[in-house]
Design a protein around this ligand. Structure first.
Ligand code: PRP
Ligand code: URA
Ligand code: MG
Length: 212
């Protein structure tokens, strides 16, 4: 395992490994791939919420008054289109009251640089705990652009959730955004000449939506 930055968290266990095995397998058909991505998102989101700030509240159970803890701010989920949508349903299963913002980017095939085509974020982003959803972190270009936009819009507390991250991308975004937390179920060593993650799982958007 390469040395990882402090703000990168590998979410590793039998269940994430099992889901990843399904996602990585080139024989996995689209509906099963989509289901495994949703399930992996559930696990990853549960892990990322562990660092969310909480506040005390007093409530009554049917028996007595007691002190409880609540997540202290509203949550905004930001899937990076298209592939991030594959994690949205799983995230909403755990955080059903979350607001959803959208970041539309695709990588130019020739340059691997992100091209922005749609942004729709809530006003007052500073008020939210922001969870970015994108299955793949390759060169880090798309995530860097996303984080730049979120900061511009005022976001302060941000965590990012990925299925597979590659070392070059993790090094880039963790250096550029040391106060953001990054979670992935796998950390893959390298990119190929087309900037695809190796071994990776291929093009996550194409595999989710059958556009191979
Ligand atoms: O770290 P990077 O090198 O920027 O690569 C990662 C990006 O590439 C993929 O999106 P893609 O451009 O394939 O768009 P899609 O989701 O619409 O398929 C992926 O979902 C990330 O957003
Ligand atoms: O390996 C990769 C790299 C970028 N985007 C993907 O979907 N897969
Ligand atoms: Mg794609």
């Amino acid at each position: 395992m390469p040395e990882v930055p402090e703000n990168f968290h590998l979410v590793d266990g039998p269940l994430t490994r099992h889901k990843l095995a399904i996602l990585r397998d080139e024989r996995t058909p689209t509906p099963i791939f989509r289901q495994a991505m949703r399930e992996l998102a559930l696990i990853m989101v549960a892990e990322a919420t562990r660092e969310m700030p909480t506040r005390k509240a007093t409530i009554r159970t049917p028996l007595a008054e007691t002190e409880v803890q609540e997540i202290s701010a509203p949550v905004c989920l930001v899937p990076v289109l298209r592939a991030g949508i594959g994690m949205l349903d799983g995230a909403l299963a755990l955080l059903p009251t979350a607001t959803v913002g959208f970041m539309g980017l695709f990588r130019d095939e020739a340059t691997a640089k992100p091209v922005e085509y749609y942004v729709n974020l809530p006003r007052d982003l500073a008020e939210y705990l922001v969870l970015v959803l994108d299955p793949m972190l390759a060169t880090g270009g798309s995530l860097s652009a996303t984080l730049g936009k979120l900061r511009e819009e005022g976001a302060r507390w941000i965590s990012c959730i990925h299925a597979v991250a590659a070392v070059p991308g993790v090094e880039r975004v963790s250096r550029e955004y040391p106060d953001v937390r990054f979670y992935a179920a796998a950390l893959d060593p390298e990119l190929n000449e087309d900037a695809f993650i190796v071994p990776g799982l291929g093009d996550a958007g194409d595999r989710l939506y059958g556009t191979l």
